[in-house]
Design a protein around this ligand. Structure first.
Ligand code: HPA
Length: 273
């Protein structure tokens, strides 16, 4: 990848003063799912707030650091805490870490998140393989001057989520006897949860789950040449599907509950990528 972007170049230079680690797979851990990174064979960690001009995670349950290490013998870089648009960052800042992980050398990206279930066949605690996404009222992170050496001006999005990685995740779930649903993820900006009318809209549009993070990252990742896979944890039923108000505590509580299964699915999948 080009080092044309001065900010990214400086950030990579800073990372290289600490580690020359070359990740193969990059992983983004969603709300309440960060503890996976504490359990891998850790080589190094870098806090986001030590990296020049880097956005800082402010969301609950997001630690805010890169963890470099090994999962099943594979070199990985993990974002233990992601950056969201609702934290007040620009779309470009939100995807800064994705681009930086590509420049570190990773070529596969596994995105994870907690999301609200819209599909009425989904239960709280289910896993959903993301087949495709709808970016809804979320500005594209590719707006602005395009660096042609990073990716093309008008990138194709006909297959954002790699069939190869998705098949590996599905097969791994089957081998591990983990129930894996699949579906379409719709991203809104948040930070408010949705209204019942917005969830009806999302359902009409064909969405199975709703969240505040992943589509924008997947767009930037596809643009810069990552092979992308993604898994949602259905942390709650979406507004109107659930009869009770949604809270971030509920989201984290579900994530904590399913953490052991989630970690097994993710670790074994990464081993097979
Ligand atoms: N809506 C949006 N984002 C979410 C939800 C939800 O219901 N649950 C977890 N993240």
């Amino acid at each position: 990848m080009s080092l044309g972007d001065f900010m990214l170049k400086r950030q990579l230079e800073y990372i290289r003063t600490i580690t020359d680690f070359m990740p193969e797979t990059a992983i983004v851990l969603g709300s309440g799912l960060g503890s996976l990174a504490d359990e891998i064979e850790i080589m190094n960690t870098i806090n986001y707030n030590d990296i020049p001009d880097f956005p800082i995670s402010t969301a609950p349950g997001h630690k805010g650091r890169f963890v470099f290490g090994k999962i099943e013998e594979k070199n990985v870089v993990i974002m233990q805490g992601r950056i969201h648009l609702y934290e007040g960052y620009t779309p470009k800042q939100v995807v800064n870490p994705i681009r930086l992980m590509k420049m570190m050398g990773a070529n596969k990206l596994l995105l994870t998140n907690a999301s609200g279930g819209i599909n009425t066949h989904f239960k709280v605690g289910d896993f959903m393989l993301i087949n495709d996404h709808i970016s809804c009222f979320v500005p594209s992170p590719l707006i602005g001057k395009n660096d042609n050496s990073v990716g093309v001006r008008f990138p194709d999005m006909s297959q954002v989520y790699s069939k190869r990685m998705s098949d590996i995740i599905s097969n791994t779930a089957q081998d591990e006897e983990i129930n894996l649903k699949s579906g379409i993820y719709l991203q809104l900006t948040g930070p408010n949860f949705e209204t019942p009318a917005e969830i009806r809209m999302a359902k009409v549009l064909g969405a199975d789950a709703v969240g505040m993070s992943t589509a924008i990252e997947a767009q930037a990742a596809k643009h810069c040449g990552f092979e992308v896979g993604a898994v949602s944890v259905i942390s709650n039923l979406a507004c109107g599907i659930s009869k009770t108000p949604i809270t971030s505590e509920e989201v984290e509580e579900t994530a904590n509950k399913i953490a052991p299964l989630f970690k097994r699915l993710i670790k074994k999948s990464v081993g097979n990528f």
